[in-house]
Design a protein around this ligand. Structure first.
Ligand code: ATP
Length: 466
């Protein structure tokens, strides 16, 4: 029985595609409809898939290429029909599927926004009200008035994303689309996805990035060759996915069986049958140990266009933060950093009103919004006792760049008392961003690189001598 308490309910869904050996067989098949002979073979893209997604859950979908992820999403969106099984979707679905689907290439961006909005169940007036928001989110300028076929893939994704996340979906489906586009835009999208999530929407998220699935999702499913092999916590599912992904071809079948049996046994996840890969295997890294870091950060530099697009300022109350940036210890302004080197995150606060018990804070986040590290200048109640109106105060946070190569975002905030109550005098999210340069010899994996020193020693056991 379909339950309204679920956003999505999939029961025994299968999908088979006809595959014709020769192009003209398609025509022969059409003409010979009543004939018993079949001019095609069936390719089964999904076989007997069942699962349900409660309202408000963020479900990750992982699987190797061709495992059926896109087909499943298209069935949920209604752009493909299942060959067998039942699909129930409860709520307004906004989907970001593969490039090429969703928009009519001959229509302009504006026309497509209206078309999509109407398909998603919005009234024309509602689309009118949201149009400026969508246009400013998409950042495609005059291209809004040009046919979508003239767009670059980046522009296409920007517009598709802008529509999908500005129509207040109950269910948001994102198929890997975020990997197109620059990091600043990706951050902006993740910030918006988090807001949609917080508002109680259900999210289906297909990604090849293990860390993103673990970070964003409440649960995940693993598809392989059209079969749902596992549904469990993101960490559990991702470890099985990686095991499949990196196994030699002759081991795949036995690993599939082990994952299936393990899932079916309904026991608590155990790593006895499936051992997690080491991080270096996951990232395909091997390489030699290298500890050569340039302590001065000489290779760090400043890149002009590295400006966040997701900056958000809370209403200021008596102070304003200015010029947040990063410097090397010798005072060079940089935003592309060398790993393993110390830098300073600097900003100035201008006080329009006098404040007491003043404290400054900072935070470093990933593209997806994971809060990695932060600091404050003092504990609550122990801030600078009094700052006069008209004062400019510079604050410097020295930090070691212990991050893996990638892009990161910075917050800044000043707290203090005006009167009795402690409040944020000024607070900015994603006020600056920086990149960390890839260091080929570095062995650290994931996000934080603690410069862990590995050591291997070989011990001969008694068995080795027999
Ligand atoms: N219209 C079609 N006709 C025939 N086969 C198809 C069709 N659409 C998809 N398939 C096949 O179904 C299988 C599943 O495809 P699908 O695109 O759903 O996989 P996926 O997991 O999304 O892959 P990827 O990660 O590469 O995008 C693939 O082998 C694909 O070739």
């Amino acid at each position: 029985m379909y339950s309204e308490s679920c956003a999505i309910d999939i029961k025994n869904v299968s999908k088979a595609f006809p595959v014709y050996e020769r192009p003209h067989h398609r025509l022969v098949q059409m003409l010979a409809r009543r004939n018993k002979r079949r001019w095609y073979n069936e390719f089964v893209a999904l076989r007997d898939v069942s699962f349900s997604v409660p309202h408000g859950e963020t479900l990750g979908i992982v699987g190797r290429n061709g495992s059926g992820k896109s087909t499943l999403l298209q069935i949920i969106c209604g752009t493909q029909t299942p060959t067998a099984g039942e699909v129930n979707v409860n709520g307004r679905v906004a989907a970001l599927l593969e490039l090429g689907s969703g928009f009519n290439p001959e229509f302009t961006g504006r026309e497509n926004v209206y078309l999509n909005g109407i398909v998603l169940g919005l009234e024309r007036k509602e689309i009118d009200d949201r149009f400026d928001l969508i246009a400013s989110f998409a950042e495609i300028g005059d291209f809004m008035e040009r046919p979508v076929r003239t767009y670059s893939s980046g522009m296409y994704v920007r517009l598709a994303f802008a529509v999908a996340i500005n129509v207040s979906p109950d269910i948001l489906i994102v198929d890997e689309a975020l990997s197109v586009g620059d990091e600043a835009f990706q951050r902006k999208c993740f910030a918006r996805i988090n807001k949609i999530r917080e508002s109680g929407a259900t999210i289906l998220f297909v990604s090849h990035s293990a860390s993103t699935v673990v970070e964003l999702c409440d649960r995940a499913i693993l598809l392989d060759a059209g079969e749902l092999l596992a549904i469990d916590t993101p960490k559990y599912v991702v470890s099985r996915y990686q095991k499949l992904l990196y196994s030699p071809a002759d081991k795949v079948a036995s690993i599939r069986d082990a994952i299936r049996n393990e899932s079916n046994s309904n026991s608590a996840p155990t790593d006895a049958a499936i051992t997690n890969l080491s991080d270096s295997e996951q990232d395909g890294q091997a390489g030699s140990v290298s500890r050569d870091v340039n302590e001065s950060g000489e290779r760090a530099y400043f890149e002009e266009g590295l400006v966040p697009k997701s900056t958000f300022r809370y209403e200021a109350a008596g102070a304003s933060i200015q010029d947040p940036h990063i410097e090397t210890l010798s005072g060079k302004r940089v935003n592309v950093l060398e790993a393993g080197v110390e830098y300073e995150y600097v900003y100035t606060t201008s006080f329009e009103r006098a404040a007491t018990n003043v404290r400054y804070g900072m935070l470093i986040k990933t593209i997806t919004g994971l809060e990695l590290a932060g600091s404050v200048t003092s504990w609550s109640g122990e801030g600078v006792p009094y700052v006069e109106a008209g004062t400019l105060v510079e604050v410097r946070f020295r930090f070691p760049c212990m991050f893996a190569s990638g892009t990161y975002f910075l917050n800044a905030g000043v707290q203090g008392c005006i009167g009795e109550e402690e409040i944020y005098l000024d607070r900015w999210l994603d006020v600056a961003m920086f990149k960390v340069i890839h260091e080929p010899g570095k062995l650290g994996t994931t996000i934080i690189d603690l410069n862990i020193v590995p050591e291997i020693s070989v011990h001969h056991t008694s068995m080795a001598h027999t």
